[in-house]
Ligand binder design. Structure first.
Ligand SMILES: [Zn+2]
Length: 147
């Protein structure tokens, strides 16, 4: 993992565990309880316990989070639309700073570079991001940006 945001990751997890989504078999990365507490709708978020959860980023799969003991949470059970699971141009790329895919694409088309991405890079360097609670994946958004 890069230098971004990893410091605040859930300490109870062995980092970067990857297992298959029970719904679509996509490789899904571990995500901390802190992320789910902030992403899952109430009162469902109160029933969560401190165990290993995983985030499925597959666009056409309805499962957002799952655990190894059979829990599956779908799109209806999380608070915000999951950008990773959408192909809508307006989908969110950066949850910390409210940046959409369309915003970045427009910048690249007009100027050849993305000032939004530059801003995110700058802010993550000085640890002003909040990916572990803002991003449904619990991880830094930078890898989601168009190259
Ligand atoms: Zn899935």
């Amino acid at each position: 993992m890069g230098n971004c945001c990893s410091g605040k990751a859930d300490k109870s997890l062995s980092v970067n565990q990857v297992v298959m989504c029970p719904s679509c078999q996509a490789r899904s990365k571990s995500v901390g309880l802190m992320t789910l507490l902030h992403q899952v709708k109430a009162p469902l978020n109160r029933s969560l316990s401190d165990k290993a959860y995983f985030f499925c980023a597959q666009v056409d799969c309805d499962t957002v989070y799952f655990s190894l003991d059979g829990l599956r949470l779908n799109r209806e059970q999380v608070r915000e639309p999951v950008g990773q699971k959408s192909e809508d141009p307006e989908r969110t790329l950066c949850y910390c700073f409210d940046i959409s895919d369309a915003m970045v694409s427009d910048e690249i088309r007009l100027t050849g570079t993305s000032s939004s991405k530059a801003f995110v890079v700058e802010q993550t360097k000085i640890k002003n991001c909040a990916c572990d609670i803002r991003n449904p994946s619990g991880r830094c958004c930078l890898k989601e940006f168009p190259k």
